[in-house]
Design a binder for this molecule. Structure first.
Ligand code: 5CA
Ligand code: ZN
Length: 421
């Protein structure tokens, strides 16, 4: 699938030792180093395109964009992979509700997402894959799970074919990511697309791998599986296995994906590859709320990136508003976030429009250090604020100013934080 244009990443000078990138790992709960290797695999779960990008999505993709930029800056060769869940129950339900063709809906919302990501200066994935273009890959993996006796069929009165489920009892790594009790897993499974009540399953938590063809639903040729369509989690397993191999460095998404999505994706991947580790580090963006609840397409309590842009809001201000929050802390969007970001952007632009400023190499090192330290973006913004305050004071005084400093600061903010001034 076509992604979106790559923003220009300015070069930065050496500022001494490059910091090692450390991330808050959801599996271990610790701050974990990302090891330098020939290729650093980054898999971030993509959108289900049935509605436009809201600020919760934007927070997630901007957080992982800062990670992508930090890794590259620290000398990693990053391979960034992202999926698009361009066929799934909520997408089909929305298309039916609105009386539109599901393909048209998915294409339209994916196109809008590309525009939003471009406006927000998000570096695109190298491999951007829809489920609908990955069905052969997914079918091959499900058939391998069946051959390994790690999957089984359940008949349904809704179809002549049979649904196929993963047998979690054959997945020794299951449960290691989320660390939840069985009771918690059952609740979340029911809330987040699972079907623990479905009769005929070996374990209520076993996730659907292949949904046999139903009347009025799209379906693909699944070979020995019969006609049908993939379940949700297997798409990310199959795409990650094909384009990164396992284990890969970082799996990312919002905290609502920890269980069941990432737990199941990992269990399946490990069963397929005979490995214990799917991703070396799991990073999650805390949920962004609005009007008292998690911002979500299903609830409809949304602030859309495209609506803000249409109102003339500078995308750099949207990005700054998101970066002002730590990715591990839940927060609620209010107009005050945008006002504060616009004020900050104005101060930064004013300082950078001067002919000179205080020496800036230390600031570049500080921003590098903050983003590499568990993606501390609020700390990085504070460091820039401090330099900006100094620059604004210095401009009115007689002290020596470095004519190259504003340019250097602008390049650092652009490269590391994705904010173009
Ligand atoms: N297609 C699946 C992943 S394979 C999916 O979850 N799609 S989504 O469109 O529902 O969400 C896209 C990304 O945005 C996910 O990483 C999700 O965790 C994140 N996300 C959704 N709502 C919020 C929110 N309110 N705050 C922060 N992140 C969010
Ligand atoms: Zn996913």
């Amino acid at each position: 699938m076509r992604s979106w244009p790559t923003p220009f990443l300015p070069e930065l000078p050496d500022t001494g030792t490059r910091p090692v990138v450390r991330l808050h790992d959801s599996a271990s709960g610790g701050l974990v180093e990302v090891p330098l290797g020939p290729v650093t695999g980054l898999y971030v779960c993509g959108i289900t395109p049935y509605d436009a990008t809201h600020l919760g999505h934007a927070a997630t993709y901007v957080t992982f964009d800062v990670l992508n930029r930090a890794l590259r800056d620290a000398g990693h060769t990053v391979r960034y992979v992202q999926n698009v869940t361009d066929v799934d129950d909520p997408l089909l339900a929305r298309a039916a509700r609105d009386g539109v063709d599901w393909v048209h809906l998915a294409d339209r919302e994916t196109a809008l997402f590309r525009e939003d990501m471009t406006a927000l200066s998000v570096v695109p994935p190298e491999h951007y894959l829809g489920v609908t273009e990955s069905v052969d890959l997914i079918v091959a993996d499900i058939l391998r799970l069946c051959a390994a006796d790690a999957a089984y069929s359940v008949a349904t009165s809704e179809s002549a074919g049979e649904d196929v489920y993963l047998d979690l009892a054959r997945c020794p790594s299951f449960g290691e990511l989320a660390g939840l009790t069985r009771a918690q897993m059952l609740v979340l499974s029911a809330e987040r697309g699972g079907d623990p009540e479905r009769p005929g399953k070996r374990d209520p938590l076993d996730p659907l791998l292949w949904r046999a063809e139903r009347v009025d639903e799209p379906s693909w040729d699944g070979g020995d599986l019969g006609r049908g369509r993939p379940g949700w989690h297997i798409e990310c397993t199959a795409i990650a296995l094909e384009h990164l191999g396992i284990p890969f460095a970082v799996q990312g998404g919002g905290t609502d994906l920890v269980f069941p999505h990432h737990e199941m994706s990992a269990a399946q991947g490990c069963a397929l590859a005979g490995e214990r580790t799917f991703a070396q580090v799991y990073v999650h963006q805390a949920m962004v709320g609005y009007q008292g609840a998690k911002m979500s397409k299903s609830k409809g309590n949304l602030v859309l990136v495209s609506a803000l842009r249409a109102r003339g809001v500078d995308p750099a201000a949207i990005r700054l508003a998101l970066l002002a929050h730590d990715h591990r802390t839940e927060w609620e969007w209010t107009d005050a976030d945008l006002v504060a970001a616009e004020r900050r952007l104005h101060a930064w632009r004013t300082a950078l429009s001067r002919n000179g400023g205080p020496a800036a190499l230390g600031l570049v090192a500080a921003v590098r250090d903050r983003v590499a330290d568990g993606l501390d973006t609020p700390g990085a913004l504070d460091a820039v604020d401090e330099w900006v305050a100094g620059a604004l004071v210095a401009a009115g005084s007689a002290q020596d100013l470095d004519p190259g400093a504003p340019g250097l600061v602008a390049r650092a903010i652009d490269r590391l934080l994705g904010v173009r001034l």
